[in-house]
Design a protein around this ligand. Sequence first.
Ligand SMILES: C[S@@+](CC[C@H](N)C(=O)[O-])C[C@H]1O[C@@H](n2cnc3c(N)ncnc32)[C@H](O)[C@@H]1O
Length: 287
Amino acid sequence: MNIQGILQKTAMAFKRCGIPSARLDAEVLLSCCLKTQRLTLYKYPGRILTDDELCRFQKLAERRRKGEPVAYIIGQKEFWSLCLKVDEHVLIPRPETECLVEEVLNTFAASFRHNLRILDVGTGSGAISIALASEIKDVRIEATDISAAALAIARENAGNNGVHESIVFHCGNMFEPVSGKFDAIVSNPPYISDEEFTHLSDGVRLYEPKEALMAGPRGTKYFSILIHEGAPFLKEDGWLFMEIGAAQRKNIEAMLIESDLYDSISFKRDYAGIDRIAKARRKTTHG
Ligand SMILES: C[S@@+](CC[C@H](N)C(=O)[O-])C[C@H]1O[C@@H](n2cnc3c(N)ncnc32)[C@H](O)[C@@H]1O
């Protein structure tokens, strides 16, 4: 069978399983299997696959048919134009999270602060830390995660992207492994409520790590910790940036206001127009 034929057949099979990005997924899996660019598939549609290539591709396609996300099958995901390794121990970085990176960069671009010290809580694959380290000169980032397996991936990603000297990774619960004061705390914490979890797509619910998703009955458990326990780790007028869930703005806004620890509270929308990033500045205490 040639490239064009196998792509058509696989895309149809994926469609029948209800996979929305059927053709794209087939192309990504085939280019991974042939260790080539997607463009090459279009250049040589008549190239015949060897038995070995066909066999390897069918194994990958079968995993996709069963619902496994493409990123886990090919072992990588693009984030902020960086290539990150992913496996079942880390959340697959999402495009929404790039809005958080963008907001942090915009905030500090205007403030002319140097030698920034940033803390990333729940770093997972290291996506946020690595993107920030690739953009900010002289930044020193500390990144925590409760999962040692996730941190192993994050360290590898930092090395592969040439920013390992800017980031120190710590294993532990939220703020427990760090000390001192930071210019910013950034976090994309777990924020799915118990109820929401039952409605997630199989691809997310069955394959992504539960500890990266679930956040108690209301989905706000980690926001409460970030807001209350994070403040002492912020320099006066340091910033807290948190990615939030689709319907969480009201709750998070109330939590930030009631804490009386922050001012300049604002929210930024993602590409779909959903309030996605909460941003707040630690209040300056006088006297
Ligand atoms: C939603 S994922 C975000 C991963 C990554 N920052 C990103 O944006 O793609 C949340 C991460 O928080 C970590 N986590 C969960 N509970 C934690 C805790 N108590 N302390 C530190 N990290 C935790 C999970 O292991 C997971 O890697």
